[in-house]
Write a protein of this length. Sequence first.
Length: 86
Amino acid sequence: MPTISRFFGIVITMYYDDHLRPHFHATYAEHAASIAIDDLEVLKGSLPPRKLKLVRKWAAAHRGALNVNWQRARDELPLETIDPLN
């Protein structure tokens, strides 16, 4: 599972063989969540509220790059890293 970004202890990944509804995975310590790219809804799991807010802020700023990576994963191409939240 390729890591596409890291910031503030949060790791953002995307799977090549993941099911539909375009999404990414965010982990922080023992917490993990799958988050939809289109509306940033938590599809599964959970993150601490402050970390979820950071992830959503990052994802909103990089939605285009997330969609590109989702398509690259579907096409079995290498994923591109995305700048972290500063």
